[in-house]
Design a protein around this ligand. Structure first.
Ligand SMILES: Nc1ncnc2c1ncn2[C@@H]1O[C@H](COP(=O)(O)OP(=O)(O)OP(=O)(O)O)[C@@H](O)[C@H]1O
Length: 772
């Protein structure tokens, strides 16, 4: 048995198809590029086999494998199109479902038509020779037209998928058009030339095969690169390797069959001229058929009256044999065939080498662009990070493996950057706390009386906040107030408003977390009667209500993303339209925003618009949490006791020293609101004229007993403080961390939670104390 290159290429294709099916059955990841490559490759092989077999009458559909291929190809083409209609996202699902069913029915009908045309052969099981030469030409053409229609539609659908994907639209379209040109225009040109008799069938088939392979190659590179596949790098490499393998086999098989044919032609001529029946050797080995010129060779065979003969001519023996009554075929004798192939292979090996050099060069360029360049960019980014530049963001050029690596690198740099910011914040807080501690006992209370509240403060940090409010109160630009919940953002917004626009002007607060998503626009901008079902009358909206005064957006971090562009326009152009209204109205209010969220990190996560963030953040006022301005606590506590005892009609009680110490130590995660609530609850149940520990809400009493227990563990035993302040604090911190870690079995996150600090802070402390 002699394997020809053509057979080899078919074998490779079949093998790849089988592997592909096995692979696809096991793949769960729907956006795997490898799965997509395998599926479309299987369909493609069938599709083009059908086109070659059925459309071009190089050889009419004859043997069983051709018949099966054509029928299978019809179904493959339908599935191929279906695949692209659903991948990576479904296009017109309802219509495409109907389309799929109709196409399946057409494929089934054509297949049945084949069977009908060949019913005699099916009955007698005669799938040999050229049995269907005449009968099946017409359905063959239908298959060709149908398959080509499906193939064109596949490219169009893939183009739509790429356009819908939005990224890299233009370059992807260039690729698709290129592959369309290779896949369809080149074969069509060659088909026309072939029909006009300008090129031979072999040239046409070779042109078809090469353009299909390269078209497939280009199509895949572009579709996979820009279709958002996570495994696209592997697929692009696989595609190139596949294209190389197919090109080699195709060029070899095409060239070889052409060369053999030429050889036959010259041999036939010389044999027919120098025919001598006596030189024939019986029972020689036959390897291939010639098919052409059977008339003359048939005459020779008939003349000889035996089944097979070896004719010798010009040193090259050729076999003539008769296999059926009327069919006579010719072929080279095996040893001369082998000699011929060897000679031929050497000749073609050189050309192939040159071709492969071009492909390898292309592969290297691909490696450089797709892999090496992005990797070098990553290395450069790394160098900059090592040099302390943490604002590095390496551009993500694709969504493939290298793209994922770049994203991971960027995420890593981002978290280092955030950790450093956190650390800086922590250090400055620490410094502030130390300053506060020093000033706690000589603080002097200050008051700002607002229309409905009194702002009290004594700490330096709050003094700084109030100074800043006074400085910027006259400006028109938006102000962003940040700080933990309950720190007094709204009261500061009130101060800003009253100092700037005056006590008489309106102050309109809106809590962004409390507005239902569908009512945002009409609440802020107002609506005209009948603009929507519930708009029974005209409503001016909050912007109009705040005219001449201030519109205060509390919890701005909760503002829905869809409404943010409208607020941005309001701030930029100071104009807005009511829902259902036609005229543009002028906004005449000042805007203040407040949030307890970290808007900067929301921007980097894409949950808050960057442009709006920069627009509202013209002046930022950060309010420190209560635990960092403890000198305010005694004055706030006394003011709340005074205010609420009056409200509850009680005689104003005093706060015991022990309670005030606890107030100063307590972590107050809810800040001033928590302190205020604690005093209201205490007053409600108070008996007597002194607030004692036992009168406090349970969580504060528990905190007190824990603090006592913790304080008794302090490494100060003899009251001499010989170790000095720094080492005593370090020793105590070490002991606290050790006990927490022991309790949590070494789990740092849990220990940090127990100590009520962040994990990062715990790790930082452990490093400072040499505990790691
Ligand atoms: N310095 C202060 N002096 C007197 N009362 C204060 C002070 N700061 C805050 N308060 C009171 O504490 C409570 C909470 O304050 P406010 O509502 O302004 O905080 P917030 O930061 O806006 O809270 P949230 O983030 O929950 O909106 C209010 O009752 C307010 O009157």
């Amino acid at each position: 048995m002699y394997l020809q290159f053509l057979t080899l290429s078919f074998l490779i294709a079949v093998l790849l198809c089988i592997l592909g099916v096995v692979y696809c059955l096991g793949v769960k990841n729907k956006i795997s590029g490898i799965r997509e490559l395998m599926l479309s490759f299987i369909c493609l092989v069938f599709l083009y086999s059908a086109c070659v077999y059925a459309s071009i009458e190089i050889e009419p559909i004859g043997s069983l494998h051709r018949w099966v291929t054509v029928a299978a190809a019809l179904f493959a083409a339908v599935f191929y199109q279906r695949f692209f209609l659903k991948f990576p996202s479904a296009i017109y699902p309802k219509i495409s479902n109907y389309l799929f069913k109709i196409q399946l029915s057409i494929a089934a009908s054509i297949s049945l038509w084949f069977v009908w045309e060949t019913k005699d052969a099916v009955k007698t099981f005669r799938f040999n020779g050229q049995y269907w030469d005449l009968t099946a030409v017409f359905p063959g053409r239908v298959v060709a037209v149908f398959s080509l229609f499906l193939a064109v539609s596949v490219i169009l659908i893939a183009s739509i998928q790429i356009i819908r994907n939005k990224d890299h639209k233009r370059i992807a379209l260039v690729g698709i058009l290129g592959s369309f040109f290779l896949n369809f225009l080149i074969p069509t040109i060659y088909l026309t030339l072939f029909r006009l008799g300008q090129v031979t069938a072999e040239v046409f088939v070779n042109a078809l095969a090469i353009s299909v392979i390269s078209g497939f190659f280009v199509f895949h590179i572009f579709f996979v690169s820009y279709g958002g596949h996570k495994t696209s790098l592997t697929v692009r490499i696989l595609t190139i390797v596949l294209a190389m393998a197919l090109s080699v086999t195709q060029v070899m098989s095409g060239g070889l069959s052409k060369a053999i044919e030429n050889e036959y032609d010259s041999l036939q001529i010389s044999i027919l001229q120098n025919y001598n029946p006596k030189s024939i050797q019986k029972d020689s080995v036959f390897f291939s058929k010639v098919g052409e010129n059977t008339e003359k060779s048939g005459l020779i065979a008939a003349d000889l009256g035996v089944r097979s003969y070896l004719l010798g001519s010009s040193g090259k023996p050729i076999l003539v044999y008769q296999n059926f009554e009327k069919n006579t075929e010719m072929g080279l004798e095996y040893s001369s065939y082998r000699e011929f192939v060897h000679k031929y292979v050497m000749d073609w090996a050189v050309r192939l080498f040159l071709g492969l050099c071009v492909l390898i060069f292309g592969f290297l360029v691909f490696m450089k662009i797709s892999i090496l360049n992005p990797l070098f960019e990553l290395l450069k980014g790394l160098d900059r990070v090592e040099g302390g530049e943490l604002s590095v963001e390496v551009a993500v050029r694709s969504k493939d493996e290298i793209g994922l690596l770049t994203q991971a690198f960027n995420a890593m740099v981002r978290s280092i950057r955030e950790a450093r910011q956190e650390l800086q914040q922590y250090t400055s807080n620490l410094e502030r706390t130390i300053l506060e501690r020093d000033s706690i006992y000589d603080a002097v209370p200050q008051e700002k009386i607002l229309s409905n509240k009194t702002l009290i403060y004594a700490s330096r940090s709050m003094q700084a906040v109030v100074d800043r409010v006074e400085r910027i109160s006259g400006r028109e630009q938006p102000v962003l107030i940040t700080g933990e919940t309950g720190t007094g953002k709204e009261i500061i917004a009130g101060l800003l408003h009253e100092l700037g626009r005056g006590k008489e002007s309106p102050f309109v607060p809106i809590n962004c977390a409390a507005v239902p998503a569908n009512l945002w626009e009409s609440q802020i901008f107002g609506h005209v009667k009948g603009a929507f079902t519930d708009a029974k009358s005209d409503y001016g909206g909050l912007v109009a209500e705040a005219a001449g005064g201030t519109l205060f957006f509390d919890e701005v971090g909760e503002m829905p993303l869809e409404i943010q562009p409208k607020i941005l326009r309001l701030l930029q152009e100071r104009k807005y339209k009511q829902v259902g209204g036609r005229t543009e109205l002028k906004a005449e209010c000042r805007t203040i925003f407040a949030t307890h969220r970290n808007l900067r990190s929301m921007v980097s996560k894409g949950t808050f618009r960057e442009d709006l963030y920069y627009r509202i953040n013209v002046f930022e006022i950060g309010i420190p949490p209560l635990r960092e301005r403890r000198s305010d606590i005694p004055f706030l506590a006394n003011r709340f006791v005074e205010h609420y005892s009056k409200q509850m009609e009680l005689d104003k009680p005093n706060i015991s020293e022990e309670v005030m110490d606890l107030f100063l130590e307590f972590p107050w995660s809810g800040n001033i609101r928590e302190l205020e609530n604690c005093i209201i609850r205490t007053l409600a149940d108070l008996k007597g004229d002194m607030i004692k520990i036992s009168d406090l809400p349970t969580e504060l009493m528990e905190a007190k007993s824990h603090t006592r227990e913790e304080m008794s563990n302090m490494p100060v035993t003899n009251g001499t403080y010989t170790a000095g302040f720094e080492s005593l604090v370090s020793m105590y911190s070490r002991r606290l961390i050790e006990t927490a870690l022991q309790k949590c079995k070494g789990n740092k996150s849990e220990a940090a939670r127990l100590l009520k600090i962040s994990r990062g802070k715990l790790q930082y402390q452990m490093r400072m104390l040499d505990m790691e």
